[in-house]
Write a protein that binds this ligand. Structure first.
Ligand code: NAP
Length: 259
């Protein structure tokens, strides 16, 4: 089903974007603000958030935050509610990616993946769900990745955190059914950001953060569970995930770089 036209008024008054200082989160914050949504923007980089706020001429308010700090997350959500009103949409996009090398296993990279990508999202969910349930409405967008569909070479510190987020979003979607709180799962393919600047391999269907933000906002407006893009890449990966393991591993060995 086609997504609603992006020119229509967006269904949210106030949004909280976590991971808004750079990349996809930054583009989403700007996209929402340009459509008249009041955006609370969080990340650790205060200077980048101040620049974003200045660019949006008052439509984006900075709330610096480290998502690994549950008390800080709770206090930030409380402050946003006091300053801007109830949060209608939360886009949880904070994430780190450390390419994994089997010759140089870095436990710290595994730990930060879990703490930022997974537990950082859990911290936000814990602060949001009771409030959204109380107001009987709200939408939470969990930003995972197509890298969470299955294990890929060099992704061992990242892919499992994204698989965990997919599972988490599935749990929450069902559990919050009927409460007025919608949980959406966002699975982008490759997007050109500082995160993927680390990649030294060809990235199929690479897209700009602005294009990703546009797909994301359209998908979130539709209310469907999974917002995954670009479609051709997603279909290829989903098909790959259905194959029997011998064929799956043969294709991965043949087409995906292990170096
Ligand atoms: N780029 C892609 O191809 C791609 C594909 C699939 C999924 N994703 C996912 O999309 C999300 C955004 O990625 P991106 O490509 O836009 O990367 P990015 O440009 O590096 O942005 C990551 C954002 O996360 C924030 N962040 C990291 N650690 C944080 C922490 N401890 N507390 C608060 N914020 C933190 C960063 O802000 P500070 O450093 O200022 O804290 C930044 O705003 C991630 O979850 C990523 O896994 C990306």
């Amino acid at each position: 089903m086609p997504s609603p036209a992006i020119s229509a008024p967006l269904p949210w008054k106030t949004a909280w974007v976590v991971g808004a200082s750079h990349g996809i989160g930054r583009a989403v914050a700007l996209r929402l603000a340009s459509a008249g949504v009041t955006v609370a923007a969080s990340a650790r980089d205060e200077a980048a958030l101040a620049g974003l706020s200045a660019q949006a001429e008052g439509g984006i308010v900075a709330y610096p935050l480290d998502v690994t700090d549950p008390d800080g997350v709770e206090a930030t959500v409380a402050a946003i509610e006091t300053d801007l009103g109830a949060i209608d949409l939360a886009v949880l996009s904070a994430g780190v990616w450390d390419p994994f090398s089997i010759d140089d296993i870095d436990i710290a990279a595994f730990r930060s993946g879990i703490e930022v990508n997974y537990l950082g999202t859990v911290n936000a969910v814990a602060a949001l769900v009771p409030r959204m349930r109380g107001q009987g409405r709200g939408q939470i967008a969990v930003v995972s990745s197509v890298a969470g569909y299955f294990g890929l070479p060099r992704s061992a510190a990242y892919g499992p955190t994204k698989a965990a987020l997919i599972n988490l979003a599935e749990c929450l979607r069902t559990e919050l059914d009927g409460t007025g709180v919608t949980v959406s799962l966002v699975n982008p393919g490759f997007v050109k950001t500082r995160l993927t600047a680390k990649n030294d391999f060809p990235m199929p269907f690479l897209m700009t953060p602005e294009a990703a933000a546009d797909r994301m906002v359209r998908g979130l407006v539709s209310g469907r569970f999974e917002v995954a893009f670009p479609l051709r890449f997603v279909l290829i990966l989903k098909t790959l995930g259905l194959l029997p393991y011998p064929l799956f591993f043969w294709i991965i060995r043949k087409f995906v770089s292990r170096k």
